[in-house]
Write a protein that binds this ligand. Structure first.
Ligand SMILES: *Cc1c(COP(=O)(O)O)cnc(C)c1O
Length: 365
């Protein structure tokens, strides 16, 4: 019997694995596996979401005009050059869709965000992995991977799942070293967690360079992961190309309203940033105290810490032990990190709790 056959490049995709929220036996536990905001969502954003219940029969504003204006005002950008997506994940896919196809190459770093590979394969392009430099982005390795077939380079800055950050000079050097016809995508999903003095200059580059697109999200510090709102900034030409393949009405009315309110609630954003900085530093220091057991925290600029297990206790043992203790973190063997656990920063209580459980597992051996 004949049956329709999916494209071989689609069958080459390893499906995205989301962070878990339940144990194998279905117990609900503290979820520190998806880098969500432990402080929740600004009350103003919740109220805006609820208000959207009055307009359910109408299509949303397809142009997301009010939200684009507000994003433009906050970040000093031209609203006409803002593309938006069902999460920044959609924007990442739009770039591949517009600029890459069969025969083309798409570069990302070894310990990069899983969506880049999926986006590349989805359009039939060939993924190319650039080696890391002690888990961080290695600009020279990326530049060395460029060939005449390269069409897109994706980097997250700071990076997930490592938390590492490439500074302004490194980003400038990466851009300067790329051919002008290669699109450089700088994914700033964690951009708001960066201290202002450490700006990587990506948005400035995107303002003037035709081959730079920056992506941002409302899923992380803004606490709106459920609503799937992301955006990107690029040249007028790039944005126009991506609009052609974007789903019509891809941002819901409730999502646009909630994002708009979240953007205005900057007190909440600041409180989230301060909370994160405090507990990330604490968790990093506490993991450091387990150095003699082979544990090491990769220095992070994000709302999570990647803990490496290089001693007798394996990441897998710790992952299972933490699950038994009531904490789900992210173990990433599928991303080449069988020896690492990514732990999202939780509330004070959750962060202290997961650390206490981890300490006990390590001491038990
Ligand atoms: C979480 C995350 C995103 C985006 O998520 P959306 O919810 O789709 O906006 C993008 N890039 C990185 C590196 C992330 O960690």
């Amino acid at each position: 019997m004949f049956a329709p056959v999916p494209k071989p490049w689609i069958m080459g995709i390893a499906p995205y694995v989301p962070g878990r929220s339940k144990t194998d036996d279905g117990r609900k536990v503290v979820k520190l596996s998806s880098n969500e905001n432990p402080l929740g969502t600004a009350p103003e954003a919740r109220a805006a979401f609820a208000a959207a219940a009055n307009d359910l029969e109408r299509y949303p504003d397809a142009s997301a005009a009010v939200l684009r204006e507000a994003i433009g005002a906050r970040y000093g950008l031209d609203p006409a050059r803002i593309i938006y997506g069902t999460g920044s994940d959609e924007v990442l896919h739009l770039v591949a869709g517009a600029y890459a196809g069969p025969g083309d190459e798409v570069i990302f770093v070894r310990y990069g965000f899983a969506v880049y590979e999926i986006a590349a394969r989805r359009v039939g392009a060939t993924p190319v992995v650039a080696p890391d430099k002690d888990y961080a982005t290695d600009v020279d390795a990326i530049l060395a991977a460029v060939t005449p077939a390269t069409k897109v380079v994706y980097i997250a800055n700071p990076n997930n799942p490592t938390g590492t950050f490439a500074g302004r000079d490194e980003i400038a050097r990466l851009h300067a070293g790329l051919p002008r016809d290669v699109m450089l995508v700088i994914d700033q999903a964690y951009g708001e967690y960066i201290e202002s003095g450490d700006d990587d200059g990506a948005l400035e580059l995107a303002k003037t360079q035709a081959n730079v697109i920056v992506t941002r999200t409302f899923s992380k510090i803004y606490g709106l992961a459920a609503e799937r709102i992301g955006w990107g900034y690029g040249s007028a030409e790039a944005v126009e190309a991506m609009h052609r393949i974007r789903m019509p009405f891809n941002l819901t009315t409730a999502g646009q309203g909630a994002a708009l309110a979240a953007l205005e609630a900057q007190d909440f954003v600041e409180a989230s940033r301060v909370h994160n900085a405090e507990w990330r530093a604490w968790l990093t220091a506490e993991v450091g105290k387990l150095g003699n057991a082979g544990l090491r925290a990769v220095p992070s600029m994000c709302n999570f810490v990647l803990v490496l297990f290089e001693g007798p206790v394996s990441a897998e043992t710790a992952y299972k032990g933490l699950m038994d203790a009531g904490y789900i973190v992210r173990w990433l063997p599928g991303q080449g990190l069988p020896h690492g656990l990514r732990i999202s920063i939780g509330t004070a209580e959750e962060t202290q709790g997961v650390m206490a459980a981890l300490r006990e597992i390590v001491e038990r051996g």
